[in-house]
Write a protein that binds this ligand. Structure first.
Ligand SMILES: *Cc1c(COP(=O)(O)O)cnc(C)c1O
Length: 730
């Protein structure tokens, strides 16, 4: 017999589901009708489903505002250490449902919308995804913001407000075509522009050496306009901020210097400056080396650091503490999401040395450095996302010299000090100096941004345990390349061909008279956060089949596991830890381990050997090469098959046989499925980003998560002060 709940437990249950009180529902309906009338300027006769979505979004947003203001006041009053998550991508997806859940409003909203005679699911489908990311790296940033708010950390996400996010993928005649993602067309109810906090960002120019130090002069200025998005924690009244920057031309842009007398031309040229934040580069795990991308990276870094320093200086500390930077690393932690925001390291040095006039470093008798370089290193931490060489950012020195001349000087100086230390530790080891230098001299002269991050940070991590271990030995390897931008990604063409092969196989399988009605091959068009939310919970078998040592972590693997799929996968990325948590017997593990791959690299991988030996593999390859899947154009997939036979860096044939065997095991065990699924779900606790962020908080940022709730907006100010006192005592 179930034990009756105490009042406290009852209250807790209700608060998690959200209170469906009569007043609550009536209040929401009132808000909805008010917004339909005053904000959307529509009545029920002419309103569209999109109008209804916006009316609901504004109604829910109203419940965030008080908590948002309160949280920021609370941070000002208590002055905790701030955590800044810098990322070129925040793959947020939709906001409405998450906000309703985190505020405990979902049930009341469902009831209100039902009483209004509308369909909640239809309204939710009207929301555009905020697709400001390519995949895992951007989605990780979004999950981390959520967890940091839920754990009560004083955290901020800083990034770019791309006018066009990741492209919309259409499949036409089996081929991928891209369409522009005009996600802001209908307006964004979740953001608030803050033109009053606009900041200047400088580019180009030259360095002037004066008696007072180096000065960066004759620059071109672009303004950074902040847009704030609220990030609510789960049921804790905390609402943090994601601040995304948008480029604006100054009003005198090109009027003073170039286009004197040509007013119209000068106004049209404003686009050049504003193009900086126009579009997200659709490069996942690939470095393209375009000037516009470097501008984006520096733009977000320069605006964000000004903001961080303004907040540091205007905090509620004594005047002396405010003007001294000694406590900077005790008050500021900056996490770099891959090397994309790496220019933050030389930029903070430039601010400290050129503007705030700190010394680079001072060695005391005790050997303690308390100046700019020491402060900078104690501020930054870096997360590496890949070891694939084509993804590593290595900016040509010539491009940096033109766009950011002072930063290049600073990078050279950082490198000098760094190499001096290595030379002292390993005398005469020229090979070590060459390998660990921030500057690559072979081929085109380039700055290795991963090296810059490692040298400029006090903590470096990978995204899964196996990956953290791999980067300790591997990131320093590189090969020489020319200074030319690398055109489009070479993998990009292959990716499109693979999509074409999938749609071709689908054509054959789906129209086969025998299996056509029992088995379907479907390529899901335009994968994105809102589609993942539907597909992942519906999945039985998750295939995580990267060659061991090539996938840094993967994140989809853990989402599938949590949502009740079983995994067939290699011992790579987070799969390793998934097997550890659930027990290897509850996953379908196959293929080479990292050591086997290294072994095969040594002995030499020959695709043809596997093709000749494995009949199923031979059959598959023969079908593709003979035009079985492309009868009108038998050679369509020649490039693909050539690649597999001659240049396959991933050596996929080597895992083929074991993969097929493992799939047979999957089929046999289908009856045992549910038992295994439950064991998997029960083992996913480790993969909550709340757990990850708790670990970052203690191990990297030196801050403490709290489950203390900020008092809700309707409680008096004394409540805030009481909570602040309680927090101080912790
Ligand atoms: C999780 C996620 C990804 C990343 O998936 P991986 O399996 O880690 O590559 C990409 N896109 C969306 C929409 C996601 O939700």
């Amino acid at each position: 017999m179930a034990t009756p709940l105490t009042d406290q437990e009852k209250r807790k249950q209700i608060s998690i589901r959200g209170i469906v009180g009569v007043e609550n529902v009536a209040e929401l309906k009132k808000g909805f009708n008010r917004h339909l009338h005053f904000t959307l300027v529509k009545d029920r006769n002419i309103a569209t489903p999109r109008d209804y979505y916006f009316a609901l979004a504004h109604t829910v947003r109203d419940h965030l505002v008080g908590r948002w203001i309160r949280t920021q006041q609370f941070y000002y009053e208590t002055d905790p250490k701030r955590v800044y998550y810098l990322s070129l991508e925040f793959y947020m997806g939709r906001t409405l449902q998450n906000t309703m859940i985190n505020l405990g409003l979902q049930n009341a909203c469902d009831e209100a919308i039902y009483q209004l005679g509308l369909d909640m699911e239809e309204l939710e489908e009207m929301e555009e995804d905020a697709g400001l990311g390519n995949g895992g790296l951007g989605r990780l940033a979004a999950c981390f913001l959520d967890s940091m708010a839920t754990l009560g950390l004083a955290a901020y996400g800083y990034g770019i407000r791309y006018e066009y996010g990741i492209f919309n993928q259409k499949i036409r005649d089996g081929w991928q075509v891209e369409e522009a993602d005009d996600w802001l067309r209908h307006g964004n109810p979740w953001e608030k522009a803050r033109p009053e906090y606009m900041l200047p960002v400088h580019f180009y120019g030259r360095v002037e050496e004066t008696r007072g130090g180096s000065k960066w002069v004759d620059t071109q200025v672009v303004l950074a306009m902040p847009y704030d998005t609220p990030i609510p924690g789960y049921m804790n009244n905390t609402v943090n901020t994601m601040r995304l920057w948008s480029a604006r031309a100054p009003n005198d842009f090109n009027l003073r210097d170039f286009n004197v007398g040509d007013y119209i031309e000068a106004v049209l040229d404003r686009n050049l400056a504003e193009n900086i934040t126009r579009v997200l580069y659709p490069n996942d795990n690939f470095f393209e080396g375009k000037e516009l991308r470097l501008k984006q990276e520096y733009f977000v870094v320069a605006a964000t650091l000004q903001d961080i320093i303004r907040r540091f200086k205007t905090s509620k500390r004594g005047d002396a503490a405010r003007t001294s930077f000694e406590s900077f690393p005790e008050k500021v932690a900056v996490q770099l999401n891959d090397t994309h925001p790496a220019m933050a390291i030389p930029e903070l040095m430039r601010i400290f040395v050129d503007i705030e006039k700190l010394d680079w470093d001072t060695s005391t008798a005790a050997g303690i450095n308390k100046e700019a370089w020491d402060l900078t290193r104690r501020t930054f931490a870096y997360t590496n996302h890949t070891v694939l060489p084509e993804a590593l950012e290595r900016w040509p020195v010539a491009l940096l010299e033109k766009l950011l001349p002072r930063h290049l000087q600073i990078i050279y100086h950082i490198n000098q000090v760094h190499l001096d230390r290595i030379a002292a530790l390993f005398p005469k080891d020229m090979e070590k100096l060459r390998k660990m230098s921030l500057i690559e001299e072979d081929g085109c002269k380039r700055v290795n941004m991963a090296h810059l991050c490692i040298v400029g940070s006090h903590a470096v991590n990978g995204v899964a345990e196996i990956h953290s271990n791999i980067i300790k030995t591997d990131v320093f390897s590189s090969k020489s390349v020319s200074c030319r931008p690398l055109q489009a990604a070479p993998g990009y063409h292959m990716a499109k061909m693979i999509i074409r092969l999938i749609t071709s196989v689908a054509d054959v399988v789906n129209n086969d008279p025998v299996v056509g009605n029992k088995l379907k091959v479907i390529f899901l068009e335009n994968y994105r956060v809102s589609l993942a939310e539907k597909v992942i919970p519906a999945t039985d078998l998750s295939e995580q089949i990267s060659t061991a040592g090539t996938e840094a972590s993967g994140t989809g693997n853990m989402k599938f596991m949590l949502n009740g799929a079983l995994t067939i996968g290699t011992m790579d990325g987070a799969n390793v830890e998934m097997a550890e948590e659930a027990g290897e017997e509850n996953l379908f593990i196959f293929g080479m381990r990292v050591a086997d791959v290294a072994e095969l690299d040594k002995s030499g991988y020959d695709a043809m050997l596997y093709y000749k030996r494995i009949p199923e593999l031979k059959h598959v390859m023969d079908q593709i090469t003979s035009g079985f899947f492309s009868p009108k154009n038998p050679d369509l997939f020649k490039e693909l098959t050539d690649m597999l036979f001659k240049f396959d860096r991933f050596k996929v044939f080597a895992d083929f046989e074991d993969y097929i065997k493992c799939q047979e095991k999957v089929s046999k065990l289908y009856q045992e499925w549910t038992k295994m699924v439950i064991r998997n779900i029960a083992a996913t606790g480790k993969f909550s980003s709340d757990r990850t962020i708790t670990q970052y908080a203690t191990e990297v940022w030196g801050v403490k998560p709290t489950d203390l709730k900020i008092p809700p907006p309707n409680e008096p100010r004394e409540a805030i002060e009481k909570t602040a006192r309680a927090l101080k005592k912790m």
